[in-house]
Design a protein around this ligand. Structure first.
Ligand SMILES: [Zn+2]
Length: 229
């Protein structure tokens, strides 16, 4: 299964990617993870990429796309993509590239969280500037009020976690992401505004239904279009 995980910043995508990876037994990779994997593979492309990164140059869309496809081709049981595609162009590329290689169409899971809930979540985030540990006053508060459990440094708020900045990031996310969904007809919305365990269980239920359907129809020789359930 190729699973695309979409969700605005602060929607808990990283947590769900980790849980889904354990459950499905397939890797969950962010774009950064894929670039690093290519570099450490020592391939020609990896060496080219390594130079670009060392020089602090911009990694082009084409290069990112090529690397994503290589990683997908090398993942026999599929992969969870966390944060890719990021633009409508990348989404278009991915859809065409998978089709050309007869790889399965991806299933897109979208974590829906209302803007106000995101603002509350991210606004409750505190960081330790000394050891970089991240806290959340709502979900993972420090043991001692306002101080890091590990190094007792006073916790601070990130400059981009203010409501105005978060609203701008959410607006950008919606503007950029919405046009992508035409490329992925199998787009499953999930209520991301609940406890991470409940979100995970909702995703598990939906995906289990899909995979029953897929395995039945694959046996029958019908190419799977799981979202028609
Ligand atoms: Zn600390």
């Amino acid at each position: 299964m190729i699973l695309l995980l979409f969700g605005p910043p602060g929607s808990g995508k990283g947590t769900q990617a980790r849980l889904l990876s354990q459950w499905l037994g397939i890797p969950a990779l962010s774009t950064g993870d894929m670039l690093r994997a290519e570099v450490s593979s020592g391939s020609d492309l990896g060496r080219e990429l390594s130079e670009i990164l060392q020089q602090g140059r911009y990694v082009s869309d084409d290069l990112v796309n090529t690397i994503v496809i290589r990683q997908l081709e090398a993942a026999p049981h599929g992969m969870i993509l966390d944060g890719y595609p990021r633009t409508a162009d990348q989404a278009d590329f991915l859809r065409r590239a998978l089709g050309e290689r007869s790889l399965e169409a991806p299933v897109a899971v979208h974590l829906n969280v209302p803007d106000d809930a995101i603002i509350e979540r991210l606004g409750a985030r505190r960081i330790c500037e000394h050891c970089h540990r991240v806290y959340n006053l709502l979900q993972r508060p420090p043991q001692y009020d306002g101080r890091c459990d590990d190094c007792t440094t006073a916790l601070t708020t990130r400059a981009d976690d203010t409501p105005e900045v978060i609203r701008q990031r959410l607006a950008t996310y919606t503007r950029v992401t919405t046009p992508m969904f035409v490329h992925f007809p199998c787009n499953i919305p999930v209520n991301g505004n609940q406890h991470p365990d409940a979100v995970f269980s909702e995703i598990q239920t939906v995906l289990s239904r899909l995979s029953d359907w897929v395995s039945q129809n694959t046996r029958l020789g019908i190419s799977p279009t799981p979202c028609t359930t």
